[in-house]
Write a protein that binds this ligand. Structure first.
Ligand code: ME8
Length: 597
């Protein structure tokens, strides 16, 4: 087995401060990095920023800054995120660094020499939010399938990488290497898309000044994805010693960039005769309203605000335990608090506190006979298996089973009633010491705090996860996780104040025309009188002719919102759920635009 491990997160766009998706990805990578260090491996963990591209150039212009200045203003938020969340990266790479430019230039020149780069003409669509070219058939109309925003039609001379030449080799690699793309469903999605012939990959942009100059022709810059993917080689010092020691990497990324990491990057590496990495795909954090959380959608949870409200380890624990790795997950503070209170404060925190308080009465506890029955309940092999299958949530729950066994052990053995409580307490101390090691990848601060109370400083290594002979002199008991009052929060959330409600301007109107939304199957565009346009999701429930001339009730002073490309200037009122929908209408015909009181 390789004794080195290279894990990378995606490098983030510094177009705005980080959101919960960035935080989640870094925490997952951090757990893997720490878990591998715990196995005694040498680890290289890279993360960083993807600094070039048209979007960053645009954001810089809008704020009257140079792109470098703009990137620096945002960089500090990403560095702060890593610090706050205890992300133990070994390298924070930024694509504006000189070391990166060198590798990009080298890679491009090599492929040019090999005859895999040629000049041609690009004509197609470009989304500057994902900095990606799209063939027409992959768009919804002209809308980007990921960002639901109109793409830009581009026609320019460009250099191309002969991606198509490597299509069959890539398909073969995917089929022969089940670990190349995981989970399985992502692998199948990519194999499906590869049934169509691959287009060659456009390597350059012409009219954008912000990027690495294309080494074969200075009129161009290197397109952002070529530049970005190569960061994984820069950080590992390709092609030198460190690269030889650590490559191939485990790339941990979100669902929206699997194609880039498997097809574009895969063919590029095949062409460059470099081993292919493993690509592990995590799910998306969904906002409480059920949408993907992203800067572009404007529905982000701010990790820095969260860090002020909750203990970092509670957030790390909640995200890893709550979301089965690889699946999308909902982020709700209520569930975070529930897990904090039940599992962290009760199961773990109380256990530790009970033990330490009892041990304090003893001054010191020498090694005692080990109770095999207790330690048999710790299934280390199962934890290892789950971690190597990337089931972080299951591994954590297996550790928790042992924590609950310890709770049962203390309740059944009642050391406080015993004349000599030392044997029971020693076994509990050993159990909690082992727990402090096993929890370190998930909750590094908690691991330290437990050890402080045990008055030990353990080497975080799997070898130490079996009972040993130690003389314990306990430290001061401290509350690990303070319970959070859940009731008050709920009460506050459930009610909308009178003042809030009074702000709503609710009115009547008449529907004069109904059109299909060009970019969505379930939406209509309603033209109202008095003149106003509303996008409404009622197409499944009402035919057009049922709606024309109907009077409705709607909120008229909502901020206009663009829904799949069409601005909606209000919201109509309806009752129901996914399967039913009834429009709320005035009980008599009224004059249009009556205010509802
Ligand atoms: O894609 N939940 O940068 P990015 C979970 N620069 N993960 C999420 C998420 C969410 N709601 N939203 C985004 C880029 N992510 C490129 C990467 S790598 C060579 C270049 C994930 O800032 C997303 O899937 O848009 C990606 O893995 C990472 O955050 C950075 O996204």
């Amino acid at each position: 087995m390789k004794d080195s491990f290279f894990v990378s997160s995606a490098i983030d766009y510094p177009s705005a401060p980080p959101h919960a998706g960035h935080m989640y990805e870094k925490i997952c990578c951090d757990v893997f990095a720490r878990w591998n260090r715990l196995q005694g491996k040498k680890v290289h963990f890279s993360t960083g920023l993807d600094c070039h591209g048209s979007k960053i150039a645009r954001c810089a212009k809008e704020t009257n800054k140079t792109p470098e200045e703009f990137v620096k203003t945002i960089e500090k938020f990403f560095l702060q995120l890593c610090k706050e969340y205890n992300i133990s990266y070994d390298d924070f790479i930024e694509t504006i660094e000189k070391r990166h430019k060198k590798v990009v230039v080298k890679m491009i020149k090599n492929l040019y020499k090999k005859g895999d780069i040629y000049k041609g003409k690009y004509s197609g669509y470009y989304c500057s939010d994902c900095e990606t070219y799209f063939p027409k058939e992959e768009l919804n109309g002209i809308y980007c399938p990921t960002h639901n925003k109109p793409t830009e039609f581009l026609e320019e001379e460009a250099y191309f990488f002969k991606m198509s030449k490597y299509q069959n080799k890539l398909i073969e690699h995917i089929k022969n290497n089940p670990n190349f793309i995981r989970p399985e469903k992502k692998k199948n999605e990519i194999l499906n898309r590869l049934k169509k012939p691959l287009h060659d990959f456009c390597l350059t942009r012409e009219k954008i000044a912000w990027g690495i100059p294309f080494p074969l022709d200075k009129k161009y810059i290197v397109s952002i994805w070529t530049d970005a993917l190569i960061n994984y080689l820069t950080t590992i010092n390709y092609p030198n010693k460190k690269f030889k020691e650590f490559w191939p990497a485990l790339h941990i990324i979100g669902t929206d960039i699997v194609w880039h990491h498997t097809v574009i990057w895969g063919t590029w590496l095949l062409a460059s005769n470099i081993k292919l990495p493993e690509v592990l795909v995590h799910g998306f954090i969904i906002s409480p309203t059920g949408e993907k959380m992203s800067k572009t959608q404007g529905n982000v949870v701010n990790p820095s605000e969260l860090a002020k409200k909750y203990q970092i380890d509670s957030i790390r624990y909640y995200l890893i335990r709550e979301i089965p790795f690889g699946e999308d997950g909902n982020f709700t503070e209520k569930k975070l608090i529930e897990r904090h209170n039940n599992e962290l404060a009760n199961d773990l925190g109380n256990l530790l506190q009970r033990i330490i308080i009892l041990v304090q009465k003893q001054k010191r506890i020498e090694p005692q006979k080990i109770d095999k029955n207790l330690f048999e309940k710790l299934d280390l092999e199962q934890i290892k298996k789950e971690m190597s299958n990337y089931e972080l949530h299951n591994a954590l729950s297996t550790i928790w089973k042992f924590i609950n066994e310890c709770n049962r052990y203390i309740n059944e053995n009642k050391p406080w009633e015993k004349e000599d409580p030392k044997p029971v307490l020693y076994n509990l101390l050993e159990a909690i010491r082992i727990i402090s090691i096993l929890l370190e990848p998930y909750m590094p601060e908690t691991s330290k705090k437990i050890q402080k109370q045990l008055n030990i400083k353990e080497d975080i290594n799997i070898k130490n996860c079996k009972p040993k002979r130690i003389t314990y002199k306990p430290g001061q008991p401290e509350i690990l996780f303070k319970k959070i009052e859940i009731k008050k929060m709920e009460e506050k959330k459930q009610y909308c104040s009178y003042e809030d409600f009074q702000k709503l301007d609710i009115r009547t109107a008449t529907i004069r025309d109904v059109k299909d939304h060009p970019n969505a199957d379930k939406l209509y565009i309603l033209e109202l009188e008095p003149k106003r346009k509303i996008v409404a999701g009622i197409k499944e429930f009402y035919k057009k002719e049922e709606l024309i001339n109907k009077q409705i009730i709607f909120i008229s002073n909502l901020e206009p919102k663009t829904i799949k490309g069409i601005e909606s200037q209000g919201m109509l009122l309806a009752a129901g759920d996914k399967n039913k929908c009834i429009l709320l209408c005035p009980d008599k015909k009224t004059e249009d635009n009556l205010k509802i009181k």
